[in-house]
Design a protein around this ligand. Structure first.
Ligand code: ZN
Length: 272
């Protein structure tokens, strides 16, 4: 059993223990405790947690993440809602904070032992890190960068692909994880080549998005078709094709993901 833990520097930085704050209570499956339709507020955690982390100060209010016990009694008017389903039901900045809370809680829980020498780790006194008292290995919150890219042709059509991981017929931009030693641009070129067999050029940064499922950072690009025939990679892509704005398969439009923002931006330019 772990004792609720807040590092001294966190408390000093906040200077606000006991002040009203927002409490993101997270369980092992990234469910978030919602009270009366919103994130609980108060001077104390709404439930007793295993660990407590100060995420920061948001609009003058301390923001806390709490790792929930596996079995807790949910207070009256409260319920668990998965982070993914929570989008749209609370304000967007709170949803982003919930994503951060889930990632910090999950990272902390997954790094209680040193990956090098297996000793129990301690919370670092100043940084958000776990440190091994025996060998000194530091473990920082883990982020996995992934690129997502919408490829366009000179005739205005965009490349949309039905990924094998989608539950039904659903098309989107191409995405993939960045390999160690690879630049983001190299990753775009490699992923597009691997997944659909074509060459791209004119790679432009579009924007980025934290994607807490479980700990990605999505980096969005636009790219231009440069040559080759579409050959979908069997294990990853069910189908891929060039689509015009007036003949679209099911795609994300705006909404919670950068895939939707990329497609929405392309559609606006096509229809503009
Ligand atoms: Zn160690």
């Amino acid at each position: 059993m772990f004792v609720p833990m807040v590092s001294i520097s966190d408390l000093e930085a906040a200077g606000r223990l006991g002040a009203e704050g927002k409490w993101f209570v997270v369980d092992r499956r990234s469910n978030i405790l919602v009270h009366d339709g919103d994130i609980p507020r108060g001077a104390n955690a709404p439930v007793e947690g295993l660990t407590v982390h100060l995420l920061g100060i948001d609009r003058g209010e301390p923001v806390w993440a709490v790792e929930a016990h596996e079995e807790i009694d949910v207070p009256a008017l409260a319920q668990w809602i998965h982070l993914r389903q929570l989008f749209g039901s609370i304000e967007e900045q709170d949803w982003a904070l919930a994503g951060r809370a889930a990632q910090i809680v999950n990272w902390d829980r997954d790094h209680r032992y040193c990956g090098r020498c297996a000793s129990p780790t301690d919370a670092h006194a100043a940084d958000r890190a776990r440190v091994c008292p025996k060998c000194g290995l530091m473990a920082y919150p883990r982020l996995t960068p992934a690129i997502i890219t919408l490829v366009e042709r000179d005739d205005g059509k965009a490349l949309l692909a039905w990924g094998a991981q989608f539950p039904g017929r659903f098309y989107s931009a191409l995405a993939g994880f960045v390999e160690p030693g690879e630049s983001l641009e190299q990753c775009v070129v490699r992923e597009v080549k691997e997944e659909v067999g074509i060459e791209v050029t004119d790679i432009r940064y579009f924007g980025s998005q934290p994607w807490p499922f479980p700990h990605s950072l999505m980096i969005g690009f636009q790219a231009r078709y440069a040559g080759g025939e579409l050959v979908p990679q069997e294990s990853e892509i069910v189908d891929a094709g060039w689509y015009s704005h007036d003949d679209l398969p099911p795609v994300p439009r705006g909404g919670m993901s950068i895939a939707g923002w990329l497609i929405e931006d392309w559609l606006k330019r096509q229809q503009g």
